[in-house]
Design a protein around this ligand. Structure first.
Ligand code: ADP
Ligand code: 5GP
Length: 191
């Protein structure tokens, strides 16, 4: 549908805000945008696909990759490690693709420092912490302990919601997606 340009679109959101749901819709409408596949040490969840959701590796393998300077950025999130592959991003940008990244606030800050205005960060915000907790419980993919950890993390991440290029509140899914679609179209067409 849209001709991809050589940019990075970073989607930042607390876990449970609806980021994956919105990203699935983006892929349907913007087929030319490539998504970065990160490396992680977290355990696979039901529905995860190796090499699509993430490359799932051990802590030792992750340390080795840090040593080899394989990551553009990496961070510890919810007790696990996550890292963006330097070679993937370089290759896709060289081809001329726009890349979509689903990373946390630390990763977004790191990539903005590297790519400046070429990287645009969109913060997806839940309507409230109570609604966020409901969504995480409803999703049913995490234990109560993990949900508590994610909620605590979300409170910290929400303090940074106005620090990015765009903010979308995911209250009603269709309204939020309409807003996101307008933002992405604008990013793709801006010089
Ligand atoms: P994230 O990727 O940010 O962790 P998900 O996309 O997995 O979040 O969404 C968390 C849960 O909330 C899922 O069960 C999803 O279906 C649901 N959800 C997403 N957006 C909305 C919305 N606008 N209203 C209600 N539920 C939503
Ligand atoms: P999840 O385990 O729910 O898939 O992801 C947990 C968090 O890690 C999310 O906020 C997600 O955006 C973030 N994340 C995923 N990949 C990366 C990455 O490569 N770098 C950073 N900094 N965060 C990531």
């Amino acid at each position: 549908m849209n001709k991809a340009e050589n940019k990075l679109i970073i989607i930042v959101a607390p876990s449970g805000a609806g980021k994956s749901t919105l990203i699935k819709k983006i892929h349907k409408d913007f087929e030319a945008i490539k998504e970065s596949v990160s490396f992680t040490t977290r355990k696979m969840r039901p529905g995860d696909i190796e090499g699509v959701s993430y490359f799932f590796i051990s802590k030792e393998e992750f340390q080795e990759k840090i040593k080899n300077d394989d990551f553009l950025e990496w961070a510890q999130v919810h007790s696990n490690y996550y890292g963006t592959s330097k070679s993937f991003i370089k290759k896709q940008l060289d081809i001329g693709h726009t890349i979509l990244l689903d990373i946390d606030t630390q990763g977004a800050d790191a990539l903005k420092n590297i790519y400046h205005d070429r990287a645009k960060a969109i913060f997806i915000c839940p309507p409230s912490i109570e609604e966020l907790e409901k969504r995480l419980v409803f999703r049913g993919s995490d234990s109560i302990e993990i949900i508590k950890e994610r909620i605590n993390n979300a409170k910290k991440e929400l303090l940074k919601k106005d620090c990015y290029d765009y903010l979308v509140v995911n209250d009603n899914l269709e309204t939020a997606y309409d807003k996101l679609k307008i933002i992405i179209t604008e990013i793709l067409h801006k010089k």
